[in-house]
Design a protein around this ligand. Structure first.
Ligand code: BGC
Length: 756
C-alpha cells in the first residue's frame, strides 16, 4: 500500500472510520481504495479465533486450538529461548488462520496475589516481566504477525477495572509499572500496544497523553499502533489527540462521526487524525506484506511443544527426603479431581478451545500403575465426607500419595479479583487428612496465583505447576517420574499470608481510587526490605540435582555509568542427573540518597548441565543495572558509589557477591535557595567553600561543655545535626549580627552560577 498516497485520497470521514473496528475482531476496509480488513484475535498463550460467522458465539467458543501454559507458568521458566519458540508457534498458527495481530502478551505487574488476572501476567518483577514479554513478541513477530503488548498500563486489578484510577507516584510508575513494558517496547518493538481500561492518576489510559505519547512514543520511540482494550474508550476525540489510534471493538460509527466533526470544526487537529490513520494503515500494510498463505498449522506438533514448555516451567517448591521423583515400583495414589481433569488455563478472553487435553492419571500409565480417588468437588467448595474418606483409605493403602489441588475457575478469572489467598477449603481438608495417614504426601498445584498452604509442614513435596496448558498431564508425569528434571523458579513471592503483601492495606482501593501507597516496594522488594519470612521467595525452585557456584569475576573494579561491566561465574552440576539451573544476578546499591530496595534482579541465564559438567556464565551489565527513576530529573539516574553484584539461585539464596564502584556522570539539578540546608550544600562537590565562614562563625558560638560527659556528647550531636539540617537562612539568626539575608542570597547566587 502506498500509505502517503492513500492519506491524500481518503476523505475525513473515511479516515475517521478507519479508527474503529468493523466488528468485534476486524479493522475496517475501504473498498474503493483497496484497503482490506485485518483480523485480530486473543491471545496471549494460544489462538482464540472466534468464528466470524458466529458473532453471538460466547467467549469460550472459538476455533479448536492449542492451549500453551499461561504467563504465570511461562515466566517461571526464566527461559528467553522457550518464550521465543512459543511465540514462533503462535505466529505460525496466526498465519495459518489469517490473523494479523495476536493480542498479548500481558505484562502487567503482579501487585497483589488477589488480582484475578495474575495468571495472564508474568511477574512481580519488571525486569523479568519485560524480558519474558520481549521474547514472546520477538517469536510471534519473527513470523511476520503482530503482537499487542497489554494492558498499558497499571491494570493491576480487576475490581472496577473500567473506572478505577491507579494513583501512583512518578518514580513508582516508571520504576515498576511502566518498566515492565519499557524494555519490551524498546527492544522487541511490538506492532501494537493495547491501552488498559483503568485510569492512571485520574486520566483514562485511552486518553492519557502522558502515557500514550509523552512516555510511549517520545521517550521510548514506539512507532506502532495503539489499540484500545475492548471497550476502553471514554472520550474518543480526546483519545485521538492523546495517541490512541484504533478503537475496538467499534462504536457503531458514533465515535467516527465525532472525530470527523471535531476535525471539521477545528477542535481536533487534522494532523492528529492523519497520524492515527497512518499508524492503522501501516499495521494493516505490514500484515499484508508479511502474509504467508502457505503456512500450515500442525496441531499435534504444537501440542508436543506445549508439553515441552510446560515441563520447563514447573517449580519444585519442596522436596523433603527426596520424595520426588516418584519410584515406579511402589504403590502410588493420585488423589484429587485435577489428576483426571486438570485446571490448565484461566477464564475470560484468554480462554482457548483446546483441541486435546492430557491428564496426569492417564499420562502416568507409561510410568507406573497408579490408583485414583477423586477427593473433592470442583462445582462448589463443600467438604464431601464420602470423597475424602475414600481418598484417605486409598492413601493409607499406598506408599505415596500425590494430591492434585489448586484453584478452580470459581476462585480466579478475568473480570473479578480473588477474595482471599486461600485454596478451596474442601481441598485443604483433603490434603490435611491424606497427609495425616500418609507420610509420603506430595501436592501438585494448579493455580494462577499464590495460595496459602496451611498444610505445608505436613507434606513432603510440593510441585507448583500453575496453569500448564493443554499438555499439562503428560508434562506433570514427566516431571513427577523424573524423566524431566524440574527447573522452574518462582516469578513471584509466595507470602505466608495475604496480609503480609505490601498492597494489602490498599487493595483494591476505595470506590474508584486505588492508592499504590507501597510505592516501589512490590513483591520481594518489600519482603526483603522488611526482612520478612515468606512461604517461598522470588526466584526459588528446587531440582533433582545440585549445583555449585564458584569463581565470581567482575572484569573491572571501577566503571563509569556509560561503561558496561562483564561479570562471570562458574556453575557446576554436582549431582547425578542432568539438570537446568536459572542463575540470577541481583544488584544492591550499597549507599543511596534515595530509598532503594535491598536488591533488584538485573540479569538471569538458564543453563543446562550434565552431571559433573561446569559452565561459565557471562553477564554484561550496563547502566540500567544501577539506575533508579528520579522524579527530579524525570529520567533514569545513576548515583556514584559502590554496588554489590550478587549471584544467587533464588532471591534469598545468594551464593556469591562482589563490589563494583560506579562513577556516574548524571547530575541532579541543584537549585540553592535560602531554605536549602547546610548539609545539602556541603554534599556538593567542594561544597564547603560556599559556607565555610558561616560554619566557623557558628562553631565559635558553640559551647558544648558540660560537667556531665554524656550530656556534653549529646549536645554536640544535636549541634552537628542542627548544623547539617539548618536551612541557610537560619544561620543569620545565630550569627550575632555577622551575616544578613543579603549574604545568604549571595551564597545562593554563587552556587547556582557554579551549578549551571
Ligand atoms: C481484555 C483483553 C482482550 C480483549 C479482547 C478485553 O476484555 O481485557 O485482554 O484482549 O478483551 O478479547
Amino acid at each position: 500500500m502506498d500509505i502517503k498516497q492513500l492519506l491524500s485520497k481518503l476523505t475525513i470521514e473515511e479516515k475517521a472510520s478507519l479508527l474503529s473496528g468493523a466488528d468485534f475482531w476486524h479493522t475496517k476496509a475501504v473498498e474503493r481504495l483497496g484497503i482490506p480488513q485485518m483480523m485480530m484475535s486473543d491471545g496471549p498463550h494460544g489462538l482464540r479465533k472466534q468464528r466470524v460467522d458466529d458473532e453471538e458465539a460466547g467467549v469460550n467458543q472459538s476455533i479448536e486450538a492449542v492451549c500453551f501454559p499461561a504467563a504465570c507458568a511461562l515466566a517461571c521458566s526464566f527461559d528467553r529461548d522457550l518464550l521465543f519458540r512459543l511465540g514462533q508457534a503462535l505466529g505460525n498458527e496466526c498465519q495459518a488462520e489469517n490473523v494479523g495481530v495476536i493480542l498479548g502478551p500481558g505484562t502487567n505487574i503482579k501487585r497483589s496475589p488477589l488480582c484475578g488476572r495474575n495468571f495472564e501476567y508474568f511477574s512481580e518483577d519488571p525486569f523479568l516481566a519485560s524480558n519474558m514479554a520481549a521474547s514472546h513478541i520477538r517469536g510471534v513477530q519473527s513470523k511476520k504477525v503482530g503482537t499487542s503488548l497489554k494492558h498499558f498500563a497499571a491494570n493491576n486489578q480487576e475490581n472496577r477495572r473500567m473506572s478505577v484510577s491507579a494513583e501512583i507516584d512518578e518514580r513508582t510508575l516508571h520504576e515498576i509499572y511502566l518498566s515492565a513494558f519499557e524494555y519490551a517496547v524498546r527492544e522487541a518493538k511490538p506492532a501494537t500496544i493495547m491501552c488498559s481500561y483503568n485510569r492512571i492518576n485520574g486520566e483514562y489510559s485511552s486518553e492519557n497523553k502522558y502515557i500514550l505519547t509523552d512516555v510511549l512514543r517520545d521517550k521510548w520511540g514506539f512507532e506502532g499502533m495503539v489499540v484500545s482494550d475492548w471497550g476502553a474508550v471514554n472520550d474518543r476525540v480526546k483519545g485521538v489527540a492523546a495517541g490512541l489510534d484504533l478503537e475496538m471493538p467499534s462504536s457503531g460509527g458514533v465515535n467516527d462521526k465525532k472525530i470527523a466533526e471535531a476535525v471539521k470544526n477545528g477542535t481536533l487537529p487534522k494532523a492528529d487524525l492523519d497520524k492515527a490513520c497512518e499508524r492503522v494503515l501501516r499495521t494493516v500494510d505490514n500484515y499484508l506484506k508479511g502474509r504467508d498463505e502457505e503456512a500450515v498449522w500442525d496441531k499435534n506438533a504444537d501440542h508436543a511443544l506445549a508439553a515441552e514448555i510446560a515441563s520447563q516451567c514447573m517449580v519444585l517448591l519442596k522436596n523433603d527426603d527426596r520424595v520426588l521423583p516418584l519410584p515406579r515400583n511402589r504403590k502410588i495414589a493420585f488423589i484429587g479431581k485435577f489428576a483426571k481433569k486438570p485446571r490448565f488455563q484461566g477464564g475470560g478472553s484468554a480462554h482457548i478451545n483446546a483441541f486435546r487435553v492430557s491428564d496426569a492419571l492417564s499420562s502416568a500409565e507409561k510410568y507406573a500403575s497408579v490408583s485414583y480417588a477423586e477427593g473433592y468437588r470442583t462445582d462448589e467448595d463443600i467438604i464431601d465426607a464420602g470423597l475424602i474418606n475414600e481418598a484417605v483409605e486409598l492413601a493409607k493403602n499406598s506408599d505415596i500419595a500425590v494430591v492434585f489441588a489448586g484453584l478452580t475457575d470459581l476462585f480466579e478469572s478475568e473480570g473479578f479479583d480473588r477474595k482471599h489467598m486461600g485454596m478451596p477449603e474442601c481441598q485443604n481438608e483433603l490434603i490435611r487428612r491424606v497427609a495425616a495417614v500418609q507420610p509420603n504426601t506430595v501436592v501438585v498445584l494448579h493455580n494462577g496465583s499464590p495460595v496459602e498452604m496451611p498444610w505445608i509442614e505436613n507434606v513432603k513435596g510440593i510441585l507448583e505447576v500453575y496453569l500448564g496448558g493443554q499438555a499439562v498431564g503428560e508434562a506433570v508425569c514427566d516431571v513427577l517420574f523424573g524423566k524431566i528434571n524440574p527447573s522452574g523458579k518462582l516469578a513471584e513471592t509466595f507470602p505466608v499470608k495475604l496480609s503480609d503483601n505490601p498492597s494489602y492495606l490498599n487493595f483494591p482501593g476505595e470506590g474508584d481510587t486505588v492508592k499504590y501507597s507501597e510505592g516501589i516496594f512490590v513483591g520481594y522488594r518489600y519482603y526483603d526490605k522488611k526482612e520478612m519470612e515468606v512461604l517461598f521467595p522470588f526466584g526459588h525452585g528446587l531440582s533433582y540435582t545440585t549445583f555449585a557456584y564458584s569463581d565470581l569475576k567482575l572484569y573491572a573494579k571501577n566503571i563509569t555509568d556509560r561503561d558496561s561491566l562483564t561479570v562471570s561465574v562458574t556453575v557446576k552440576n554436582t549431582g547425578h542427573v542432568a539438570g537446568r539451573e536459572v542463575v540470577q544476578l541481583y544488584v544492591r546499591d550499597i549507599e543511596s540518597s534515595v530509598i532503594r530496595p535491598v536488591k533488584e534482579l538485573k540479569g538471569f541465564e538458564k543453563i543446562e548441565l550434565a552431571p559433573g559438567e561446569s559452565k561459565v556464565i557471562v553477564f554484561t551489565l550496563d547502566r540500567k543495572a544501577f539506575v533508579f527513576y528520579s522524579d527530579k530529573t524525570h529520567d533514569w539516574f545513576v548515583e556514584s558509589g559502590d554496588f554489590e553484584i550478587m549471584i544467587g539461585s533464588s532471591s534469598r539464596d545468594i551464593k556469591l557477591s562482589s563490589v563494583i564502584h560506579v562513577e556516574s556522570k548524571d547530575r541532579m539539578p541543584f537549585v540553592c535557595t535560602r531554605n536549602t540546608t547546610l548539609g545539602d550544600v556541603l554534599a556538593l562537590p567542594d561544597g564547603e567553600k560556599y559556607v565555610a565562614e558561616l560554619i566557623s562563625d557558628f562553631a565559635k558560638n558553640l559551647n558544648t561543655e558540660s560537667d556531665n560527659n554524656e550530656l556534653g556528647e549529646s549536645t554536640k550531636l544535636m549541634m552537628e545535626a542542627q548544623l547539617r539540617d539548618n536551612p541557610l537562612r537560619v544561620m543569620v539568626s545565630f550569627s550575632d549580627g555577622h551575616f544578613d539575608q543579603e549574604y545568604i542570597e549571595e551564597i545562593c547566587r554563587r552556587i547556582n552560577e557554579d551549578m549551571k
